[in-house]
Write a protein that binds this ligand. Structure first.
Ligand SMILES: [Mn+2]
Length: 355
């Protein structure tokens, strides 16, 4: 869930709306658990972000989870690692909530199964949690933990650290019939494990079905169903700004591309030719688009609207500047194009006299 995430870069009031949406989505999960009359609700870590966590969040969670009649099992992950000052250790939790606080697996019996949970006890550097583990004989054993399945690492988000690494075959080798996993944000399920993904999309690019996994154990392979519970939807849009002659036209054009409904966040990619001399910088454009606390971000991928042939012929410093850049082998690169636009704008004044 990543409750209390800061949503950097969206502005304080939009970030606050996103944090409220995280709680809404968590409430949706609790309601779903009640509607499905599950035997247990399990949470595979990164429920909240320790770095930004607030006692208010712990009290919210305690009230929500205490309202369920089934057991709630939590295996802390790298963002919500167990430590003596954590929300897990300092809050009063209802009797039905079991937070695994050891870095060794311990079991709870649920509906004829044993669910083994384990805690990360540091924010990074957690090694293999399955290494050398052998589950004692008994009822079917299910593993609940936060970890990185090695075969899935490469298809997951870039830069995702391999907290608690393991390989899928180790699940069966350790004596588990199935793994309930957290960490990866893209959902994934196999005959041996499930990653439900982050139920509420956190960053742009997180599109598609993700949510809460309903796992039904019977004879044979457990049946997995992902239920969508998200509050916000995040989308990407592309807007061609060619032909926008002034600031208001640009703002209007981008606004028109935004979907109705305040719970849709949009990352707008501006493409095409950007007119020179628009009296509107990136931060002012964002400020105007975010009026009404809309969740909007903008990526600038435009080219400057320049008549390069004409500019190159100018006998003044603008001509010299443009000719100098055009001779470069990396003329088409993003940085040189940005320098071209900034430079020509900085040197503006009189229109260059042409030969
Ligand atoms: Mn994680």
């Amino acid at each position: 869930m990543h409750l209390d995430a800061v949503f950097r870069g969206l502005g304080p009031s939009v970030a606050q709306r996103r944090r409220a949406a995280l709680r809404q989505t968590f409430q949706n999960i609790v309601r779903l658990a009640r509607d499905l009359q599950v035997d247990a609700l399990t949470i595979g870590g990164d429920l909240y972000e320790d770095l930004h966590s607030r006692p208010d969040t712990a009290r919210f969670l305690a009230e929500q989870l205490g309202g369920l009649s089934c057991p709630v099992l939590i295996s802390p992950g790298n963002h919500d690692y167990w430590h003596p000052g954590s929300l897990y250790a300092t809050n009063d939790w209802p009797d039905n909530v079991r937070i695994f606080d050891s870095n060794r697996f311990t079991a709870v019996e649920v509906a004829g199964h044993r669910i083994f949970g384990v805690a990360h006890d540091k924010p990074k550097g957690t090694g293999s949690l399955l290494a050398g583990l052998q589950v004692p004989d008994g009822p079917p054993a299910v593993a609940l933990f936060h970890g990185s399945e090695r075969g899935l690492m490469q298809i997951q988000e870039e830069g995702k650290e391999d907290h608690g690494p393991f390989a899928e075959p180790e699940i069966a080798k350790s004596g588990f019939c199935f793994g309930l996993l957290g960490h990866f944000h893209k959902p994934r399920s196999t005959a041996r494990l499930v990653y439900p993904g982050n139920p509420e999309p956190l960053t742009f690019g997180e599109e598609g079905v993700r949510g809460a996994a309903e796992v039904e154990f019977g004879s044979g392979t457990p049946r997995v169903k992902i239920h969508q519970v998200n509050t916000f939807t995040l989308q990407d849009r592309e807007v061609d700004v060619t032909g926008c002659r002034h600031s208001e036209a640009l703002v209007d054009l981008v606004r028109e591309s935004l979907p109705r409904g305040s719970d849709t966040g949009v990352r707008v990619r501006l493409v095409g030719e950007m007119a020179l001399g628009l009296q509107l910088g990136p931060s002012e454009l964002l400020r105007q688009l975010r009026e009404g606390d809309r969740c909007v971000d903008v990526v600038f991928a435009t080219r400057p609207a320049l008549d390069l042939e004409q500019l190159s012929l100018a006998p003044d410093i603008r001509g010299q500047f443009v000719r100098g850049l055009r001779e470069r082998a990396d003329f088409d690169s993003e940085v040189v194009q940005a320098a071209l636009r900034a430079g020509v704008e900085a040197l503006q004044g009189e229109e260059p006299a042409l030969l």
